[in-house]
Design a protein around this ligand. Structure first.
Ligand code: XMP
Length: 321
């Protein structure tokens, strides 16, 4: 691997920002650059670096895949507007849901989301814009895991020997490639991004689809979205690494409006972890768990069972898909 990591201890955030801004400016010159923002730490940091370097010459898109959390697209766009960055919202919900129809296999689901994003939505936007520079938030861990064959990170291209200029007609600029997550959080803070960004809990690329066992449909996303919102509200003061709600595929018998009827099962997970490679369930107070179950079964239609995962990773994973 020919990329040298910049470790957290040796990182000088202001110097790093200055260098990267100059580097982006010198590569892009008088041209435009384009990027996709998801609201995560990496893409938010890249957007701010690009904005500092290029101002109006950076075109930033938020792709609404229909799989985000409650009000997430609006909140991300509003936040960046406050920071002076204009973000273009693209409603691609239908494209993603159509492509996901009938797919139950986890890997196929993930591949479909990546394919629709790159080939059908963002890839097309880049092509049609004619812009020759793509800013991307690839980080050191993405490269490391891809090279080691642990994970095929969808944003890793050049390290796999793919010449993006030749293949897609644009050059990829990756200002965060030497940094791991903790260092990126430092840069995000130094860039003036709010705590809600630089301390943001991990959220997976496939978004809520990673928390739906079985088919991803608008109705099923709605259920998991509501449950996620309840869990995030109730656990916001718990200092855990990550917490989430999962919708199971199997239904179980419950009592709905006085009648025995099949209803949905929701699983809550809350993790202690340092790097997500291993994790253990948080020993949540029972009254918090009961309150979550109460709220989910009364606020989310037809959920009749709420369970709490007590398994470590491994053999569990943090998400369900
Ligand atoms: P798992 O479920 O593999 O998750 O134990 C480990 C950590 O990675 C996050 N995760 C992802 N992050 N793209 C990402 O950027 C993905 O496709 C993805 N899948 C899982 C997960 O939330 C957890 O923090």
């Amino acid at each position: 691997m020919n990329i040298k990591e910049v470790r957290l201890e040796e990182l000088d955030p202001q110097r790093f920002i200055k260098e990267k801004v100059e580097e982006i400016r010198s590569i892009v010159g008088e041209n435009y650059a384009i990027n996709a923002l998801s609201g995560g730490v990496d893409s938010s940091t890249v957007t701010m670096l690009g904005h500092l370097a290029l101002g109006e010459k950076l075109r930033t898109y938020f792709i609404d895949n229909g799989l985000m959390r409650e009000n997430e697209p609006e909140q991300v766009i509003a936040l960046f507007k406050e920071l002076g960055v204009n973000v273009i919202l693209v409603d691609a919900k239908e494209k993603f849901f159509n492509a996901l129809k009938g797919i139950k296999d986890p890997e196929e689901k993930r591949e479909t989301i990546t394919r629709v994003f790159y080939r059908e939505v963002f890839g097309k936007i880049v092509k049609e814009s004619g812009i020759k520079f793509l800013l991307q938030g690839t980080n050191y861990t993405d490269i490391e895991e891809t090279v080691a064959g642990i994970k095929r990170q969808h944003n890793v291209l050049e390290q796999l020997g793919i010449d993006t200029e030749k293949e897609f007609g644009y050059k990829v600029i990756e200002p965060l490639i030497q940094l791991r997550k903790p260092a990126i959080r430092k840069i995000a803070e130094a860039l003036g991004l709010p705590k809600s960004v630089y301390e943001r809990m991990p959220f997976p690329g496939p978004a809520l689809a990673a928390r739906i066992i079985g088919e991803v449909t608008p109705e099923r996303v709605k259920i998991v979205r509501k449950c996620t919102s309840i869990v995030e509200q109730e656990l916001k003061d718990i200092k855990a690494f990550q917490y989430l709600a999962i919708l199971h595929e199997d239904k179980v018998t419950g009592i709905i409006e006085g009648k025995r009827k099949l209803g949905f099962q929701v699983e809550i997970r809350c993790w202690e972890s340092l790097d997500a490679k291993t994790a253990s369930p948080t020993r949540l107070p029972y009254d918090i768990l009961e309150k979550i179950a109460e709220r989910i079964t009364s606020e989310v239609k037809d959920v009749v069972s709420v369970t709490y995962n007590i398994t470590r990773k491994p053999p569990s994973t943090i998400e369900a898909v």
